[in-house]
Design a protein around this ligand. Structure first.
Ligand SMILES: *Cc1c(COP(=O)(O)O)cnc(C)c1O
Length: 345
């Protein structure tokens, strides 16, 4: 059966590498949203817990429930609860309705727009939101933004950090004025954290590390981390059948591939139904060992000119990402949760 291997060693290596670079005064939180970037939420949670990670970010309520026993601090980035949940799960406030939808005593993190102009409340609305949160009896555990300019480390990256610095100052003043406990502050994902750590400049309480813990950091600036990260996941497919075909034989839907020479050809049990992108005549895609995945791939299998019983489809999502003009994140998050996960210790 097709499966994904998950390297425990690689995850731990990445965690140690990032921790030592970021420094001991900044907490490393793991971003586990979208089934842990397609790797498998339960499996990666176990890795994260073994690294001593205390705080995690998941996509929503249902993901939060799946890991609720595993971490002291869990934040659901999107949506509201739909039933019972443990008190250590926090929900993100992006708008007023979110405040009114939550029961007294619920933990919340307030998302602020510091320049990405995507989600979050505006800086000028801070006091208004804080008052509503206090009035509703919610517990404000975090105030954060998302600096979406970390990959390039350009001017706007630093402007966003400056905006967040004034947001912190404002929140500190409000906490004195209204007597609430100071929340934790965070603004950086993998790229921004590595960018600022290199300059000794992280002044947040924690950093939200997603992609780098899975072994990827493709940024436009030089840094000592990118090349040292190890990929956690690899995708393997098993042979379904092998046959010998003569030169000129056509293969698959619409006979899209025509054999240039007589050869052995096999199909393998991965297709777009497994979340692996569909290979058409517009793509040239190769497996880890360099076998071409012949167009067109099907829902549950693809063909290759080889007869190995099992092949590694990829051990570096960037190879696939380049072939499909996308990014490693998309290749990874598409991986079907139904594929078997095998932990490599
Ligand atoms: C996805 C996400 C992250 C992690 O980003 P990476 O680039 O994978 O490190 C951090 N913060 C928020 C709010 C996110 O949605």
């Amino acid at each position: 059966m097709a499966h994904i291997t998950l390297s425990h060693k690689a995850y731990k290596h990445n965690f140690n590498l990032i921790s030592s670079y970021v420094g001991s005064n900044v907490e490393i939180a793991a971003v586990l949203k979208d089934n842990a970037y397609g790797h498998g939420l339960e499996q990666i949670s176990a890795f994260a817990r073994e690294c001593g990670i205390q705080s995690v970010f998941v996509k929503n309520y249902s993901e939060a429930l799946r890991v609720s026993e595993d971490f002291a601090h869990i934040t659901a980035l999107y949506g509201m609860p739909e039933g019972k949940f443990s008190p250590h799960i926090a929900f993100v406030v992006n708008q007023k309705e979110h405040i009114y939808a939550l029961k007294k005593g619920t933990k919340v993190e307030l998302k602020v727009n510091a320049g990405m102009n995507r989600n979050g409340v505006e800086s000028k609305e801070l006091e208004d939101f804080i008052l509503a949160i206090l009035k509703q009896g919610l517990e404000l555990v975090g105030v954060f933004c998302h600096n979406g300019y970390g990959d390039e480390k350009d001017k706007t990256f630093y402007e966003t950090q400056n905006t967040f610095a004034s947001i912190k100052t404002h929140i500190k003043a409000l906490s004195l004025k209204y007597g609430f406990k100071l929340p934790r502050f965070h603004s950086l994902s993998s790229s921004g954290a590595i960018a600022l750590a290199g300059e000794g400049g992280i002044s947040d309480d924690l950093v939200r590390i997603g992609i780098a813990l899975y072994g990827y950091l493709d940024v436009a600036f030089a840094n000592p981390i990118s090349a040292q990260l190890q990929k956690v996941a690899a995708l393997y497919a098993d042979r379904v059948s092998t046959r010998y075909l003569k030169k000129g034989a056509r293969i698959g839907y619409s006979g899209c591939t025509t054999l240039q020479d007589s050869s052995q050809i096999s199909t393998y049990d991965i297709g777009y139904g497994d979340g692996f992108f569909r290979v058409s005549e517009d793509h040239k895609v190769y497996t880890a060992k360099g076998y071409q995945i012949l167009p067109r791939s099907s829902m549950d299998c693809f063909s290759c000119l080889c007869s190995e019983p099992q092949i590694c489809v990829f051990d570096d999502a960037n190879v696939i990402a380049r072939a499909f003009h996308t990014i490693s994140y998309e290749v990874l998050t598409h991986l079907s949760p139904n594929l078997k996960r095998i932990i490599i210790k």
